[in-house]
Design a protein around this ligand. Structure first.
Ligand code: HEM
Length: 248
């Protein structure tokens, strides 16, 4: 076994990979959330569709996307390996152990939280990413003589349904809990902690874990309210709302 594979399969190596992929996914979340804010421009989706086309066709961003898919897969695989090893290292809990005094609920349930986020991700990618890349029935729209896939229509069609919006909002609560432990934990594993900064990293991690999922959750909530109040005319998207993957 080379030093490289040896390091990657050591306990610290595995934790390091979890931290690095986690921080990479955290960076993606910030960019994704800011980009999605274009959905709230009330311009019929022009800004969002132009942005989505750029994000899915720019060669540099496309390459980063492949790294992102790899990052998600590696993060999941290593989380399973680490959970199994932790369980086999201590199959029986200490009789006097009172977990809540030593650790937070999120830190003890990262596997559960991550699994819910994975289910969310499958639903999310199937609805938007898959349709955008491989869907045969994506509507097109024309801005200044240039054709764009109307991804905005698909997003509005999805979030005009209360149950779909609810799935997103509930999933963001799970994401928040996952981040509330993951953020500070990644810094600790990478050795980027110091008594002087620990309290700041912890507080910043908690603020991040509240603000980012909250801003993500606001997007479907606002689109749902606008679709019900008539601020967005959903009759234009009727056909999309009836599409099979939206359950109607
Ligand atoms: C309100 C919240 C969200 C909205 C409106 C939204 C919207 C979208 C849309 C329209 C796409 C397809 C366009 C594209 O491929 O770039 C997409 C892709 C994606 N979304 Fe989201 N998203 C949301 C939240 C999230 C969250 C919380 C996560 C992760 C936990 C996530 C992970 C992804 C991933 C991994 C992709 C594929 C990106 C790529 O191919 O580069 N999204 N999202």
């Amino acid at each position: 076994m080379s030093w490289f594979t040896k390091s990657l399969s050591s306990s610290l190596g595995r934790k390091l990979i979890m931290s690095l992929t986690g921080l990479f996914l955290i960076t993606f979340l910030v960019v994704h959330m800011i980009g999605n804010m274009q959905l709230l421009k009330l311009d019929g989706g022009e800004a969002f569709n132009v942005y989505a086309k750029f994000m899915t066709t720019n060669p540099l961003i496309k390459t980063t996307s492949y790294l992102l898919y790899a990052g998600i897969i590696i993060h999941i695989i290593y989380s399973i390996i680490l959970t199994r090893l932790n369980r086999s290292a201590r199959p029986v809990k200490y009789a006097y152990e009172k977990a809540s005094t030593n650790s937070t609920w999120a830190s003890r349930n990262m596997g559960l939280l991550g699994s819910v986020i994975l289910v969310f991700l499958v639903i999310h990618m199937r609805s938007f990413w898959f349709e955008m890349k491989f869907g045969g029935s994506m509507p097109m729209v024309d801005y200044d003589g240039v054709e764009y896939k109307n991804l905005y229509a698909l997003v509005v069609a999805a979030f005009s349904q209360w149950w779909y919006t609810l799935i997103y909002v509930v999933s963001m609560v799970f994401l928040g809990y996952h981040l509330s432990h993951g953020f500070a934990s990644a810094f600790q594993t990478l050795g980027l902690n110091h008594v002087k900064y620990n309290s700041f990293i912890k507080k910043f991690g908690i603020a991040f874990a509240v603000i980012i999922p909250l801003l993500f959750a606001i997007q479907p909530i606002v689109i749902f309210i606008w679709s019900q109040s008539g601020k967005i005319d959903v009759s234009v998207y009727e056909q999309m709302i009836q599409m099979a993957q939206l359950g109607q």
